[in-house]
Design a protein around this ligand. Structure first.
Ligand code: NAP
Length: 334
């Protein structure tokens, strides 16, 4: 029997996940959609053969909704996630889990009180084939004990509304999760270096930034965030261990030979780079809901990302090394 999903937030990623649930994923059906813009909700719902409802609470409490997908903006995540836990329904929440670490911790505490995991956070790198291959190599000890990790996150351009703190909270949040997951280690502190700013974009923006993290076991991680690199969307990652290194493969593209040059294509948009990862992520979420056991990135991972993100932003402004100040991970989260 199909898992019946109610969706809160029918904007860009909400509509994309609805399309995915309707046309790509097996074993799912979208039955209800809400958005603060009722017209948009009605339009997106009708395209998926679902009904639109006026509020998130009505979606959560609808009898035919088995699981909830939260794709409203980050500031509007806490209430529907808490509402779904209180209703005992599994909930997939796009990143960030919440915009403050306090709200993330509140979700963690309510979920623990409920007694079983219901929340999955949308850290989709964990579902990308290239990252999964890296994870298998690290876990199998193929590169020995990890000592360092080098990451790059470049976007061609960002809009003028993008500000320096978003380099952490909207962009590097994916690397922060990937570091914790790949190394199976926790980030203890953050520092931010500010290279010469690109003249290609806005005065208000510190771009690029180099984030330096140290994990509890002493591994060192550098993350270059450069969101106006002009040439495309480019994600790189390498783990350096005691006996070898493992590098994220670039997505396969044809090698062209034309006009005396050999060249290949650089993808321009994150949707193209991670489209398949989203498909796998949502399929595995639906399968886990059907099996009664939510397994993906947890609300603890959402809380950790928020705490490390806050430390990184403080480091950006202060120029100091800032401790992440995470609480001890409860046994509930493995
Ligand atoms: P978006 O296009 O602005 O869509 C959000 C939708 O939610 C809009 O239609 C918005 O309406 C609506 N909304 C606002 N407040 C609401 C509320 N209280 N209840 C219900 N709907 C509400 O944003 P988006 O780009 O899809 O991003 C949504 C979330 O997904 C964000 O948290 C974002 O960080 C995350 N995201 C994750 C990834 C990833 O790689 N994992 C990628 C993209 C986005 P109005 O426009 O009228 O406000």
């Amino acid at each position: 029997m199909a898992v019946k999903v109610g969706v809160i937030g029918a904007g860009m990623i909400g509509a994309d996940h609805i399309r995915r649930l309707t046309t790509v994923v097996n074993g799912a059906e979208v039955v209800a959609v809400t958005d603060i813009d009722a017209e948009r909700a009605a339009e997106v719902a009708s395209g998926a053969g679902a009904r639109s409802l006026p509020t998130g609470q009505e979606v959560i409490s609808a009898d035919d909704v088995d699981a909830v997908l939260v794709t409203s903006p980050g500031f509007a995540h806490t209430d529907p996630v808490l509402g779904a836990i209180e209703a005992g329904k599994p909930v997939f929440c796009e990143k960030p889990l919440a915009t403050t670490a306090e709200d993330c911790l509140r979700i963690v505490e309510v979920e623990m009180k409920h007694g079983r995991r219901l929340v999955q956070v949308g850290f989709m790198r964990r579902y990308d084939a290239g990252y999964r291959a890296m994870k298998r190599a690290v876990d199998a000890g193929e590169v020995g004990t990890p000592l360092m990790m080098h990451c790059v996150h470049r976007n061609a351009t960002v809009p003028e509304s993008y500000h320096s703190e978003m380099a952490t909270h909207d962009t590097a949040i994916h690397e922060i999760d990937a570091v914790r997951w790949l190394l199976d280690d926790e980030i203890a502190s953050a520092q931010v270096l500010k290279p010469r700013r690109t003249a290609k974009r806005f005065d208000h923006l510190q771009d690029p930034q180099i984030m330096l993290f140290e994990t509890f076991s002493g591994a060192r991680v550098d993350v270059e965030v450069f969101v106006n690199c002009q040439y495309g969307y480019d994600i790189k990652c390498e783990v350096v261990g005691e006996t070898g290194t493992v590098q994220l493969a670039d997505p396969e593209q044809p090698l062209l030979r034309t006009a005396g040059r050999a060249h290949t294509v650089v993808l321009q948009h994150w949707k193209d780079r991670f489209g398949q990862a989203y498909d796998v992520e949502i399929q595995e979420w639906i399968d886990s809901v059907a099996n009664g056991r939510v397994l993906g990135p947890s609300s603890w991972d959402g809380y950790a990302a928020a705490m490390i993100g806050d430390a990184t932003v403080e480091a950006l402004h202060s120029g100091r090394i800032v401790g992440a100040g995470l609480k001890e991970r409860p046994a509930f989260y493995g």
